[in-house]
Design a protein around this ligand. Structure first.
Ligand SMILES: [Zn+2]
Length: 76
């Protein structure tokens, strides 16, 4: 579990905020990535709702085809 309780500092540039959103979206996708054909967190068919939102965001920044690298998935 990553501890990220720090409040978002004001004064971030739009690009920095965007990067943070991309990182968050990717984290959601990794956590909800299907081990077989369904989400291990939600137990529903993949893509589940959080994954759908995450991909919606990534698509809006032109990264809608992002998938987790294997070394990221194998870290659990
Ligand atoms: Zn899920």
């Amino acid at each position: 579990m990553a501890a990220h309780a720090r409040p978002t500092p004001i004064g971030l540039s739009a690009a920095q905020l965007r990067n943070r959103m991309i990182v968050s979206a990717r984290r959601i996708i990794v956590e909800h990535w299907p081990r077989v054909d369904r989400c291990p967190v939600c137990g529903s068919g993949w893509p589940c709702t959080p994954t759908g939102y995450a991909y919606e965001y990534l698509a809006s920044v032109g990264q809608g085809d992002w998938v987790p690298p294997e070394h990221v998935l194998g870290r659990q």
